[in-house]
Design a protein around this ligand. Structure first.
Ligand SMILES: C=CC1=C(C)c2cc3[nH]c(cc4nc(cc5[nH]c(cc1n2)c(C)c5CCC(=O)O)C(CCC(=O)O)=C4C)c(C)c3C=C
Ligand SMILES: [Fe+2]
Ligand SMILES: [Fe+2]
Length: 360
């Protein structure tokens, strides 16, 4: 096997218009809700030094000796409870989002443009996706990790995997990356609309809980901007919704292991709210572009129990933006903002250009 792949035809490519692609990147998910598949997935995910910052000689024996044997079965049961006929919700939802964005982008760009989905861990992998784009003659790529807030553990890891995959291409394409969109006004607007739609059909609760995935506190102290991005998203969203400080709380979920993570913790806060007499909460997870194990099981099921057992009476989970038109539209605008000057992304009509970029 040659180290560098290239199966295109340079002469043909040099003489014809280029092709361009948007690659949406999400975390990745097991291939099946079985202990073996979950173990394979967790082994890849949790051996990434971006995710677990500890000396390898110390961490790998713990991972293989304790974490994988203990966690794979438990985690597989949780995955079983949310698995759909289309597979893992994270994969199926990300694929639907990519397909919807592909349709919208093709409708408004002079193209040839395509949207693809790849995962940092598991399938569809970044190396396989980039090799396919290379074979298809794609010469420009915009990479969009589906994490509104930058963290080295999520976005950083996605960009590492992308860089690694580019490393095996003989003629890598021109590349742009979006590192975060935590305060993008169209994104904030999309979040606000999905909450307002929920309010229109369910009414409001006593508190709106904005729950973000956590990271170890140590990483934030070392300079990871994630907490600042989450705080900025929460503040902008609350401002847009006209929510006074006392009407919402911001929390961090999904902690793993014994070290301190970003606080306040979602599960602890929900129990405290119930104990303090708060009867009704609505929980939304603005850091998750697509619903997954951490929202559908941990938030919609597990934390509901915490809240109700502690005396709460009404608990509603507001779903992620997924492939709702508000998200497709806001990501379309984000893509067009980051592909200015790339001819494939030029708007088809003046009307498109004005709708997407605003009047010049
Ligand atoms: C142990 C360290 C972990 C860090 C740091 C971390 C950061 C982080 N994760 C996401 C998004 C997702 N995480 C998901 C699942 C998940 N996360 C961890 C651990 C860390 N995450 C584990 C072990 C798991 C697997 C599930 C489990 O066993 O509990 C998912 C869902 C995946 C799915 O298949 O549905 C997402 C999405 C972000 C955004 C982030 C940092 C900001
Ligand atoms: Fe995670
Ligand atoms: Fe979890």
């Amino acid at each position: 096997m040659p180290r560098f792949t290239y199966s295109g035809r340079p002469e043909a490519e040099l003489s014809r218009a280029g092709k361009a692609a948007v690659v949406l990147i999400n975390l990745g998910t097991p291939d099946a809700p079985t202990p073996a598949a979950v173990r394979r997935y967790l082994a890849q995910f949790l051996s990434d030094p971006r995710v677990i910052e500890a000396p390898r000689w110390l961490w790998l024996p713990v991972l293989y000796g304790a974490i994988l044997p203990l966690r794979s079965g438990r985690s597989a049961r949780a995955y079983t409870s949310i698995w759909t006929e289309h597979g893992s919700p994270l994969l199926a939802g990300s694929q639907r989002l990519a397909a919807a964005l592909d349709r919208e982008l093709k409708a408004c760009c002079t193209g040839p443009v395509e949207v693809h989905l790849a995962m940092t861990y598991g399938q569809p992998s970044l190396p396989a996706t980039l090799a396919q784009l290379d074979r298809d003659g794609v010469r420009r790529i915009l990479a969009l990790p589906l994490y509104p807030q930058y963290s080295a553990t999520s976005t950083g890891a996605a960009l590492d995997a992308l860089a690694h995959a580019l490393g095996s291409l003989r003629w890598p394409p021109e590349l742009r990356t979006i590192t975060d969109y935590h305060d993008n006004p169209d994104h904030i607007e999309a979040l606000a609309r999905t909450i307002e739609t929920h309010w229109a059909s369910h009414g409001r609760a006593d508190r709106l809980v904005l729950s973000f995935h956590g990271i170890p506190l140590r990483y934030a102290k070392a300079g990871d901007p994630y907490r600042l991005h989450c705080q900025a998203t929460a503040r902008r969203l609350a401002e847009r919704l006209g929510l006074p400080d006392g009407d919402y709380v911001m929390t961090y979920q999904s902690r793993v292991g014994r070290e301190e993570w970003l606080k306040p913790y979602t599960d602890v806060t929900l129990a405290e709210l119930a104990a303090a007499g708060v009867r009704a909460v609505q929980v939304v997870c603005p850091g998750f572009a697509v619903d997954c194990l951490e929202t559908l099981e941990e938030i919609a099921v597990e934390n509901r129990q915490h809240f109700l057992h502690a005396g709460g009476q009404r608990y509603e989970y507001i779903p992620a933006l997924n492939d709702q038109p508000v998200q497709v539209e806001s990501l379309l605008k984000l893509v067009l903002q980051h592909t200015r000057g790339w001819p494939e992304f030029a708007a088809r009509t003046a009307v498109d250009a004005e709708a997407l970029h605003g009047a010049a």
